[in-house]
Design a protein around this ligand. Structure first.
Ligand code: PLP
Length: 261
């Protein structure tokens, strides 16, 4: 059996609920080998993000070169980018080593705790990364920022998805969990042919859960690595997250987390 390999480029959440720690758990639980390069070191727990430390981007550059010169990845997942210098470094390494590798971008901006994880003046640079991606997975807030459309309904989500696709990304999945739509969560998946799919699941009344966005993007990446069918990858990942939300647990005094087992 061939081994599928994902390169995760993301921030560190020491509490293990989100970020690169969760991404590795997702990949492992889906049977995909994970390499991981860290963009940013956060101090956070299940309650809040108290500090963000972005190491010198030369470290990211050196680590990306090391892994990319050696390992051929089936897919790359990009999460929290950290700094504008990091974005430059990521773009440079992708165009040098892995132009054809499918990329999943989770355009991380704000944590569930409402703490900011992104400098908005870097939005145009983030769009450059998004334009090289196979799929981008914004939540409602991120989709509003990227599309400049205020979202209050499913029609607005579709409009925003189309606007985001104009950035140059093939596929757009907008996570609608934060939009109050009643008993179902209806995520909108706009594929590269312009077809709008509704990827829905029952709404579970669990309260705040930390790390679902990171986990979903990584699950999509792992499914792409295994089969390369984007629609199946999105639906399978949604199912994976839904099942894990059902089993979510409390490990601290704040948000619940996904265990991935
Ligand atoms: N911390 C890091 C390092 C992340 O990459 C993310 C991803 O979105 C978060 C925190 C936010 O996670 P959540 O919004 O689920 O709290």
């Amino acid at each position: 059996m061939t081994l599928s390999k994902v390169l995760i480029i993301a921030g560190s959440d020491p509490s293990g609920g989100a970020g690169i720690q969760t991404d590795i758990k997702v990949a492992t639980s889906l049977g995909v080998y994970a390499s991981a390069v860290i963009t940013s070191l956060t101090s956070q727990n299940t309650v809040n993000v108290s500090n963000i430390y972005n190491p010198d981007s030369r470290i990211l550059d050196s680590q990306l070169q090391s892994v990319l010169q050696d390992i051929e990845f089936d897919v790359i997942k990009i999460g929290m980018v950290g700094s504008r210098d990091n974005i430059d470094v990521i773009l440079k390494n992708i165009s040098k080593y892995c132009k054809k590798t499918p990329i999943v971008v989770d355009p991380v901006m704000v944590a569930t705790s409402n703490d900011s994880l992104f400098e908005y003046e870097d939005l145009d640079l983030l769009k450059a990364i998004i334009s090289s991606a196979k799929i981008v997975t914004p939540n409602i807030d991120e989709a509003e920022r990227l599309s400049q459309i205020s979202i209050n309904s499913n029609d607005d989500i579709v409009l925003a998805a189309k606007k985001i696709q104009e950035i140059g990304v093939e596929n757009v999945l907008i996570k609608a969990g934060h939009l109050d739509q009643g008993e179902k969560v209806e995520n909108i998946f706009l594929d590269k042919d312009g077809v709008v799919n509704v990827v829905e699941n029952d709404r579970l009344d669990k309260g705040k859960i930390h790390g679902t966005g990171c986990a979903l993007a990584t699950a999509i990446a792992c499914n792409i690595a295994k089969s390369n069918d984007i629609t199946l990858a999105v639906k399978g990942a949604n199912e994976y997250i839904f099942k894990n939300i059902e089993k979510s647990q409390k490990v601290g005094s704040g948000s619940l987390i996904l265990t991935h087992f």
